[in-house]
Design a protein around this ligand. Structure first.
Ligand SMILES: NC(=O)c1ccc[n+]([C@@H]2O[C@H](COP(=O)([O-])OP(=O)(O)OC[C@H]3O[C@@H](n4cnc5c(N)ncnc54)[C@H](O)[C@@H]3O)[C@@H](O)[C@H]2O)c1
Length: 339
């Protein structure tokens, strides 16, 4: 018995990296899976239809149920057809996981229009295309559904990724809209994950050059079976896709190695109020005093999640047994929790 027995899923970008691990685990848990992958190069160019088929074959060989789809998530009509393919093959669609993605990193002043468009197209327009057609189906069926989108830490301001950060920030906004608008149709949930894993995406960043110099191997080759293994993201996806997560809606999770994090929702942290419209002079005088401390410590940049987790003092972790630990920010209410 798998916890996703009888469910039907689409995993975009399911042919490689994080998506591949997700497709394999959803199938292992009993879901029938449409493995979508264009088989594109990291920059989005080219196609290789064998990439999706290989994962579908792997699932079938292991006794699971899967079919391949090699269309691009950027194609609005193909996205509709993909949802229809799931319905025709498996009778319905329960779970949409949008993982497909590409990179075209460049500083803003060097970024060409086509580099901007290509990245927005796969990540953000792809998320719209897929969730639009999944939502039409979920609304008709009124039996719930799951949408799980991949965002990224880069959304918070990675300097060399204006296109990617904008797309991943857009995915957060879209996911929250889906959470707020679809839940009424039988309990559809939508959540986003900010994942991590040494895939070819990580092989492409400058740090990878150091890894090759030190070890002769790319980060993705060294990652298998370690904390950097992209397959570490899949259990969180399978959990969110399950009936156990029926009440988890509109949240942002981080998946970093063996850490699963819950991000805070944006909230007001300080307020200045006057009984008249503020003058600029008044703001010059008062704002730095009221907000200044936050101005200094809030970096408009990657929140550095891994570094933040590593910086948690040993004494602040709560041992919850079996090699597992828990930590909560002091800013968050603890509630009635006991392990
Ligand atoms: N690897 C990380 O550390 C990391 C960090 C943050 C976010 N992410 C996000 O996680 C997702 C997966 O990343 P990954 O590292 O596994 O990348 P990856 O390159 O290994 O896999 C992405 C897959 O998407 C496919 N794809 C690309 N364009 C497509 C299209 N138009 N239609 C269908 N499929 C398409 C590719 O062929 C590829 O197989 C991406 O959305 C990425 O932005 C990854």
């Amino acid at each position: 018995m798998g916890m996703l027995d009888g469910k039907s899923a689409i995993v975009t970008g399911g042919g490689r990296g994080i998506g591949r691990g997700v497709a394999l685990l959803l199938a292992q848990e009993g879901a029938s899976v449409v493995v979508n992958d264009l088989g594109a190069a990291l920059t989005g160019e080219g196609e290789d239809t064998s990439v999706a088929q290989q994962v579908a074959d792997e699932i079938t060989a292991a006794g699971g149920t899967a079919i391949a789809n090699t269309d691009s998530v950027t194609d609005y009509e193909a996205a509709e057809a993909m949802v229809q393919q799931a319905v025709d093959s498996f009778g319905k669609l329960d779970i949409l996981v949008h993982v497909a993605g590409i990179l075209r990193d460049r500083m803003i002043f060097n970024m060409a229009e086509e580099e901007w468009d290509a990245v927005i197209d796969v990540h953000l327009k792809g998320a719209y295309n897929m969730s639009k057609w999944a939502a039409v189906h979920f609304r008709e069926r009124r039996e719930g559904g799951r949408i799980i989108n991949m965002s990224s830490n880069s959304a918070f301001g990675a300097p060399g990724q204006p296109n990617y950060a904008a797309a991943k920030g857009g995915i957060i906004g879209l996911t929250l809209v889906l959470a707020n608008s679809l839940n009424r149709y039988g309990g559809v949930t939508a959540n986003a994950i900010l994942p991590s894993g040494s895939t070819r995406m990580i092989d492409s960043i400058p740090r990878a050059v150091e890894a090759v110099a030190d070890t002769g191997k790319l980060p993705s080759e060294l990652a298998v079976g370690t904390e950097r293994d992209p397959d570490n993201v899949a259990p969180l996806v399978a959990f969110l896709a399950s009936e156990e997560a029926a009440d988890i809606n509109g949240h942002l999770f981080g998946s970093f190695g063996y850490n699963m994090t819950l991000m805070s929702q944006p909230k007001v942290i300080k307020t200045l109020r006057a009984n008249h419209r503020w003058s600029v002079d008044e703001l010059i005088e008062v704002a730095p005093k009221a907000f200044g401390e936050r101005f200094e410590i809030e970096q408009v940049n990657d929140p550095g999640v891994t570094a933040a987790i590593n910086a948690i003092p040993d004494g602040e972790w709560i041992d919850i047994g079996d090699g597992k630990r828990f930590w909560s920010s002091k800013l968050e209410p603890w509630g009635e929790r006991s392990w």
